[in-house]
Design a protein. Structure first.
Length: 78
């Protein structure tokens, strides 16, 4: 089964955040981060998606895509 949020873990790691730090920054539970990174969920609310994207400083669409460091770095500098 493919993970819904393929970019979540690599984006989090690229920003040198632990699951706990991202959860606190996004205002979601650590369990939410863990489950999404494991691919245990097959859906996500718009609210949670926006919180995660905001905490990671990227467009929400990036969370659904395999991580590409070149694209992400260009997005940050834009």
């Amino acid at each position: 089964m493919t993970k819904l949020l393929q970019g979540l873990q690599p984006l989090r790691q690229a920003r040198k955040l632990t699951q706990e730090e991202l959860a606190k920054k996004a205002g979601v539970s650590v369990e939410t981060i863990r489950k999404h990174e494991q691919g245990a969920y097959d859906g996500i609310s718009g609210d949670t998606l926006n919180k995660l994207a905001g905490a990671l400083g990227c467009p929400s669409a990036f969370l659904f895509l395999p991580y590409n460091s070149d694209v992400s770095e260009n997005q940050e500098s834009a």
